[in-house]
Design a protein around this ligand. Structure first.
Ligand SMILES: Cc1cc2nc3c(=O)[nH]c(=O)nc-3n(C[C@H](O)[C@H](O)[C@H](O)COP(=O)(O)O)c2cc1C
Length: 214
């Protein structure tokens, strides 16, 4: 048991960290090494995340090797070229100007995998996606801890996941959940970059909450 009570200033601090957490892309990272100690602290935050049946169904590949990053960056380039074609003419032009990853600009990339259990998992018997959702909880812990350490993280999802698995020699049954670019930044934007660039606006919370039923 532990009777730690948090104060309103603690709550404010947590809110600040959540509010000022940003997705950081290659145009914002600075050229500075990231220590193993910092990486370990971020991974330790991941391990504190909730998980269905306490299954902890996550594994992490910490990548520093430039040739591996290069292969992932090539994977991104191919997928991103195909992605732009999916948007309307007006958005396509804007899309082409967006920087959507920081694979080569960061000293460390972390691939986060879901490792399915061969045994039944408590709580994952009806809703089978719960294991993957648990891994997303771990990613959010990493993102928030990094922000508290003034370290930036960018999530890259414009990737062929099977090719990433091949590049990283991942076991066949593992599923790629997140590919993260991690590095130092001098400054964090106060708003999501996609909001500032007029791609999307934040939805007001009261337009998203329903009482008792839809
Ligand atoms: C599941 C997931 C996948 C994402 N994939 C990408 C991506 O491929 N490229 C990118 O630039 N940002 C990506 N993002 C970051 C979002 O664009 C970003 O979270 C959003 O614009 C809000 O900005 P903020 O995180 O700075 O608040 C992703 C975020 C999530 C949660």
């Amino acid at each position: 048991m532990n009777n730690t009570r948090f104060s309103t200033s603690d709550q404010q601090l947590l809110e600040d960290i959540m509010m000022l957490r940003r997705d950081v892309r290659g145009n914002r990272f600075v050229n500075r090494e990231l220590s193993d100690c910092d990486v370990d602290k971020i991974l330790n935050a991941a391990s504190m995340a909730p998980s269905v049946g306490f299954s902890q169904p996550w594994e992490f590949v910490v990548i520093r090797e430039p040739s591996i990053k290069r292969a992932i960056a090539d994977n991104f380039e191919q997928e991103n070229a195909d992605a732009s074609a999916l948007f309307s003419d007006e958005k396509r032009e804007k899309y082409a100007q967006l920087k959507l990853e920081g694979i080569l600009e960061t000293p460390v990339n972390i691939a986060v995998f879901y490792t399915p259990s061969k045994q039944p998992v408590l709580g994952q018997t009806s809703m089978l996606d719960m294991g993957e959702y648990s891994v997303v909880c771990a990613v959010q812990n990493m993102w928030l801890m990094a922000r508290a350490m003034n370290i930036g993280i960018g999530w890259v999802s414009i990737l062929d996941a099977e090719k990433v698995k091949k590049t990283l020699n991942a076991p066949q049954h593992n599923k790629l959940v997140a590919y993260l670019c991690v590095g130092h930044v001098d400054e964090f934007l106060t708003k999501p970059e996609l909001e500032t660039l007029d791609w999307k606006q934040r939805k007001p919370i009261n337009s998203l909450v329903f009482r008792d039923s839809y």
